[in-house]
Design a binder for this molecule. Structure first.
Ligand code: FAD
Ligand code: 2HG
Ligand code: ZN
Length: 463
């Protein structure tokens, strides 16, 4: 190991190979606190060439590697399980010039979502995916998890924002093409292959992003309704009548109470309702006149009998205040313990029943558990957070995922499989699917050095 460390230091510089346990500690535990492991070193390259050289050295010595961006992932895929080297991509944070005519930018994998937005906005553009971890989540990590976020109904997931990318295989070979072209069907699309691969196929180093027009007029409404079925009816009406619709998110009274306790914010509406929807509309001045987003939203809400109470904001501070009731659920839940996080998609016609049934299934196993639900309602994506059971006890996770499969849902909507759900993979995909995924993994990383144990348990690899 000492000679390997020396070689790594000669590539990235002494100060970017961390071995001191105190310095390595922040890289060893995930955002939730549920997943952690030990690493002997954290290596922080700054360029694609350095990533390539580091991976060549690791391959030569059979050292497994965990790629890490902002470490905001929620399924345990960004931290070591035991003994892997952590490859931190955060120093690859260069942001190229924004092409203001065509809405494109090339960024390093370690650039944060917030930094890329800050670069895009003055040029009249924005990033199509938004999520509450924007200040830390990196573009590389967001592509690697195919992040969804709150604007998926309008712009799609992260894979849709990628024109092309550059990545490094476990043996150090650089693949992909930067700058990329919008139409370029020459063999496999690496962006499609690597989106959602969770660091198991290659290390993403640069991404050529397609931006979306900056919304110059935005309106946010927080709306109280009686139940999930009513909320879903309203979602349908909003989607049909508002082309400016960006988001429809849901949270529930019990969760909002916790957010209010944690933040000191007051209950947001004049009436207490079981379900609260956060609805956002946006238009770009180039494409519309004046307050189209506000007018359209107010008109639809004004005609909707389902709405028991509402609050609307158009100014930046007011919009942020209303969003906080939904966005601050994740942080609030984490102050109450180490959560079991189940990020699932449920078919729309099963969603209302699932919302109640999931609590019963959890309580059948853990009667005292607290279940907090919220999510991206317009996508059928619910985040089921369970507090109480021991972090190492997977019984409630398994019960929830079985219910999800019974009702025809997906066991991972947007966060990925990581290590949290790898033992449930066979519930959600056929043996043929899993064998093909394993063959792809084996083809690109034959000695299983990149993120071993993520998506599949290590034992299932051929070596
Ligand atoms: P990390 O956590 O560092 O890594 C995530 C995975 O990607 C790991 O498997 C890692 O090995 C791999 N990886 C990281 N960088 C690279 C790279 N350059 N090349 C190859 N593999 C890499 N997700 C959503 O989809 N929607 C949300 O709305 C959302 N909201 C969130 C809100 C909060 C408060 C938090 C904490 C998380 C949220 N997430 C959400 C989770 C989400 O997965 C991440 O925020 C983001 O996509 C991960 O980026 P990251 O840079 O932190 O990646
Ligand atoms: C969100 O939508 C994130 O807020 C995090 O995906 C979900 O906290 C969670 O479970
Ligand atoms: Zn989410």
């Amino acid at each position: 190991m000492p000679s390997v460390l020396g070689r790594l230091r000669s590539v990235v510089g002494d100060e970017h190979v961390l071995t001191d346990p105190d310095l390595c500690a922040p890289y060893e535990t995930d955002w939730t606190g549920r997943f952690h492991g030990h690493t002997h070193s954290v290596v922080r390259p700054a360029t694609t060439a350095e990533v390539s050289e580091v991976l060549r050295i690791c391959a030569a010595h059979g050292i497994p590697v965990v790629p890490q961006g902002g470490n905001t992932g929620l399924v345990g895929g960004s931290v070591p399980r035991g003994g892997e080297l952590v490859l931190s991509l955060r120093r690859l944070d260069e942001i190229g010039p924004v092409d203001a005519d065509h809405g494109e930018v090339v960024v390093g994998a370690g650039a944060t979502l917030a930094a890329v937005r800050d670069a895009a906005v003055p040029a009249g553009w924005d990033v199509g995916v938004d999520l509450a971890a924007r200040d830390s989540a990196t573009i590389g990590g967001m592509v690697a998890t195919n992040a969804g976020g709150s604007q998926l109904i309008r712009y799609g997931a992260m894979s849709r924002q990628v024109i092309g990318l550059e990545a490094v295989r476990a043996d150090g070979t650089v693949i992909g093409r930067i700058p990329a072209l919008r139409k370029d069907n020459v063999g496999y699309h690496w962006s499609g292959v690597l989106a959602g691969s969770e660091g198991t196929l290659a290390v993403i180093t640069r991404v050529h992003l397609a931006l979306v027009p900056l919304m110059t007029d935005r309106a946010v409404a927080l709306v109280g309704v009686d139940d999930v079925e009513t909320a879903l009816r309203l979602v349908g009406r909003l989607r049909r009548s508002l082309p400016s619709l960006l988001s429809v998110e849901a949270c529930f009274a019990e969760g909002v109470d916790l957010v209010c306790d944690h933040t000191g914010m007051p209950w947001p509406l004049e009436t207490r309702t079981p379900v609260l929807l956060t609805i956002e509309c946006g238009t770009s001045r180039a494409a519309s006149s004046g307050d189209e987003a506000v007018d359209g939203l107010l008109e639809v809400l004004g005609e909707a009998d389902e709405v028991r109470a509402s609050a609307v904001a158009t100014d930046e501070a007011g919009r942020a205040r209303l969003w906080a009731y939904r966005d601050r659920h994740t942080e609030t839940v984490s102050t109450l313990g180490v959560p079991h996080k189940l990020d699932v998609t449920i078919p729309f016609d099963a969603l209302a029943a699932f919302h109640d049934e999931v609590v019963e299934r959890v309580h059948a196993i853990a009667p005292d558990a607290r279940v907090v639900q919220y999510g991206h309602l317009a996508d059928g994506n619910i985040h089921v957070n369970i507090l109480g059971p021991d972090p190492d006890d997977d019984a409630v996770d398994e019960a929830v995922l079985r219910l999800v499969v019974e009702v025809g849902g997906s066991i991972s909507a947007e966060h990925g499989i990581g290590i949290a759900k790898r033992d449930s993979l066979a519930l959600a995909r056929s043996a043929g699917d899993i064998a093909a995924m394993r063959d792809l993994k084996h083809g690109l990383d034959p000695t299983v050095l990149l993120n071993p144990g993520v998506i599949f348990s290590t034992a299932t690899y051929r070596t």
